[in-house]
Design a protein around this ligand. Structure first.
Ligand SMILES: NC(=O)c1ccc[n+]([C@@H]2O[C@H](COP(=O)([O-])OP(=O)(O)OC[C@H]3O[C@@H](n4cnc5c(N)ncnc54)[C@H](OP(=O)(O)O)[C@@H]3O)[C@@H](O)[C@H]2O)c1
Length: 299
């Protein structure tokens, strides 16, 4: 991939955005990254990102600090902590702020990728879920994610084409909470351990974004699930990790965290067939074994 002379604008440049920025810089692109997080902004500058803007997306002042045009843009804003208000601000209002910016530019954005979430799906009873699954009937967070996607589906003045990537649970270097818990010697994990985990390694997420940005001109305005395609019950993943770590397997018992108590963790099989068939993407970490195996060797 040669991106010499291309400009990539990343909104919400955190864990995924930074990995994409590094790949784009290596390919010769000019990168502008926006984050409100001072530590992340500092890290981005240290990584050689051409232009780092530390700003709140809902404060229009950032528009004066970024170029008026971009060949590529990524919206990977994340609500992080915070309640439902923060969720709406990050996803719906954040998306709208980006679309408003794109509509007023002198030249439109070539390709916009939005990293949404498989949390948009209300299905949670063990179903196979592809991109045609109904989004009706979700809880507050699912509805907000659906509304954010809906903003893209409206006619867009400033964007050549867009892709929505519905990401499964991201893990990778520096983000491996389950592994950390087991290493720390946890004896009990909440829940039953039977719902399937749908995972996507960070590097496969970056590869999916790159596959969309580089997709042939005939492809666009598409929604893709991004997951490794190998959902596995949490109990199985935990057993495998414990064997690799040489430690006893913790019991599953006790109640879930407050946010998950009502609905329980979603049990479903996220399909990645559409992304495999329509782009040149394929997962470098096709199951949790490859992904966690690499992490166990690294950390
Ligand atoms: N993590 C997962 O398992 C998962 C699963 C499915 C989908 N996704 C989606 O994947 C995308 C990337 O996730 P990630 O893990 O890379 O997120 P992340 O590490 O939290 O990065 C998001 C960045 O955006 C910044 N940000 C958030 N709200 C902002 C605002 N209003 N104005 C300016 N900057 C703001 C954050 O700053 P702060 O650090 O100050 O908040 C952070 O630097 C997100 O869209 C997320 O919803 C994630």
């Amino acid at each position: 991939m040669d991106w010499t002379g291309k400009h990539l604008m990343i909104f919400g440049c955190g864990y995924v955005g930074t990995a994409l920025a590094e790949a784009a810089l290596a390919a010769g692109a000019e990168v502008t990254a926006l984050t409100r997080n001072p530590g992340r902004a500092e890290a981005l500058r240290a990584a050689g990102v051409s232009r780092v803007v530390q700003a709140e997306i809902l404060d229009a002042g950032w528009r004066r600090q970024v170029p008026q045009e971009a060949d590529f843009a990524l919206n990977c804003l994340s609500a992080g902590g915070g309640g439902i208000t923060a969720y709406r601000q990050a996803y719906v209002e954040g998306m709208q702020a980006i679309l408003d910016w794109a509509a007023t530019g002198s030249r439109r954005i070539g390709t916009l990728v939005y990293t949404g979430s498989t949390g948009v799906y209300p299905q949670s009873g063990g179903e196979a879920v592809d991109e045609n699954a109904s989004l009706a009937g979700g809880d507050g967070r699912s509805s907000i994610l659906a509304e954010a996607e809906g903003r893209l589906h409206r006619p867009q003045a400033g964007i050549g084409r867009w892709f929505i990537l519905r990401l499964a649970g991201i893990y990778g270097p520096g983000r491996h909470n389950l592994l950390d818990q087991l290493r720390a010697g946890v004896e009990t994990l909440p829940g039953t351990g039977t719902p399937r985990m749908n995972l996507a390694h960070r590097d496969d997420v970056v590869r999916a974004i790159l596959a969309c940005l580089a997709a042939p001109a005939g492809i666009g305005h598409e929604v893709f699930n991004v997951s490794d395609g190998s959902p596995a019950p949490k109990r199985e993943v935990v057993r495998w990790l414990c064997a690799a770590l040489g430690r006893p397997v913790p019991a599953f018992a006790g109640s879930l965290s407050a946010g998950r108590r009502e609905t329980g963790p979603a049990d479903r099989l996220i399909a990645n067939r559409k992304l495999l068939e329509m782009t040149d993407w394929s997962p470098g970490f096709p199951t949790y074994r490859e992904g966690y195996g690499a992490l166990l060797r690294e950390v």
